[in-house]
Design a protein around this ligand. Structure first.
Ligand SMILES: *Cc1c(COP(=O)(O)O)cnc(C)c1O
Length: 375
């Protein structure tokens, strides 16, 4: 069976985990900082690790002090965590439509939704392709908004040669097995703004204050610690940090393989009139997390079943978020973002990950050509 995404694990990963499992520190140990410094090398900013991409988003929204009544603008073409973590703070979600070429949130559509309640715009780097970050920086500066980047797909990508993670006010990553590298479950938050990053980190560490200079109470001894604002436990254990260190050291290899698969599909499928291939803006050097194609003859559902029956487990990214009953039952109507809905109705993500073999790729292309009647 061929899957659209999966982890790539080798013996060095196993050795890394083993070295920690017998150590003094299963969690809260030295592997955390070591992993964070490896992430720094890739994303170009200070960061901290958490237990998932969802946790990372939750911490990012905590950092901007999101409150009931605040509004956050997001695209619907994403995983629900982009929205759900903001909704946990009582914020209202406004959906901006996407740019039909990249699948990323459209700056013009987002700008139209801004009002006095708007607190942040959360962009999603769909398929690993960075959003139009310059346009969003300009809009956010003009209206005094926070720019959050859900980079669950795009660690390892760059925008005008700047690494994803070093550009938005806060960037969030996921290390789920299908993502660009994995810790099983895991994630991180990065920011060049140390104040924002401190608040976000504290939220993910139970709100605990351990710096004596910041204590409000008198201390009785070394054990003293304080909570000024409540948080949650989103600590990533050392066992998983060790796996992450081992994985992230191979990120350039993973990126190269993903690029080769991307080029292979581009070359092999370019003559099929019924398929629209993914688009890349000149400013973007993506680490391709997905290979999203569009089926233009209206047969997406049939094509999906056809591939499924050939043991090719493609994916559809994404059902527009506001199709979920939790939105539909609260007044969000279908038709809200027509470009996203059209994109969804045509989209299929072909398998792309470093564990695919040449023979898998040849089979996928052959089967696709057969379906559309090409040789
Ligand atoms: C995977 C993903 C998340 C959530 O990450 P988890 O690690 O699964 O919690 C958030 N946003 C997007 C766009 C994702 O693809």
């Amino acid at each position: 069976m061929i899957t659209y995404g999966r982890q790539t694990i080798d013996k060095s990963d196993l050795r890394a985990i083993k070295s920690v499992i017998y150590s003094d520190w299963l969690t809260m140990g030295p592997k955390i900082e070591e992993f964070e410094s490896e992430i720094y090398k890739v994303c170009g900013a200070e960061n901290f690790v958490v237990t998932s991409g969802t946790a990372a988003l939750h911490c990012a929204y905590a950092a901007i002090d999101l409150k009931p009544g605040d509004e956050v603008i997001t695209p619907p073409l994403t995983f629900i965590a982009t929205q759900s973590t903001a909704m946990h703070f009582g914020a209202k979600i406004r959906f901006a439509d996407i740019d039909t070429k990249t699948g990323n949130i459209d700056p013009k559509s987002a700008e139209l939704l801004i009002n006095e309640k708007t607190k942040a715009i959360t962009v999603v780097d769909f398929a690993g392709h960075p959003a139009d970050l310059d346009a969003f920086r300009k809009i956010c500066d003009e209206y005094g908004l926070f720019l959050i980047e859900d980079a669950a797909h795009s660690i390892g990508s760059t925008h005008k040669n700047r690494p994803v993670g070093s550009i938005a006010d806060l960037t969030t990553f996921s290390f789920f097995p299908t993502k660009n590298f994995t810790t099983g479950e895991g994630g991180a938050v990065s920011s060049k703004n140390s104040d924002l990053l401190d608040i976000a980190r504290k939220f993910g560490r139970q709100g605990l204050v351990r710096d004596p200079k910041k204590f409000k109470n008198d201390t009785d001894g070394r054990w003293h610690q304080e909570v000024h604002k409540i948080g949650l436990n989103y600590r990533l254990p050392d066992i998983l940090c060790a796996l992450g260190i081992s994985q992230i050291k191979r990120i350039q290899i993973f990126k190269n393989i993903r690029s080769e698969i991307y080029s292979f599909y581009n070359d092999s499928l370019k003559d099929i009139a019924e398929i629209q291939l993914p688009f890349r803006e000149n400013y973007a050097n993506p680490m391709w997390h997905l290979y999203p194609i569009r089926i233009k003859d209206g047969s997406r559902n049939k094509f999906y079943e056809y591939l499924w029956n050939q043991d090719i487990r493609v994916q559809v990214n994404y059902v527009p978020a506001y199709f979920h009953p939790v939105f539909q039952e609260n007044g969000y109507k279908k038709g809200l973002c027509p470009i996203s809905e059209e994109f969804y109705s045509q989209e299929i993500s072909l398998p792309i990950h470093p564990s695919l073999r040449k023979k898998d790729l040849n089979k996928i292309v052959k089967v696709i050509k057969q379906y559309f009647g090409y040789k």
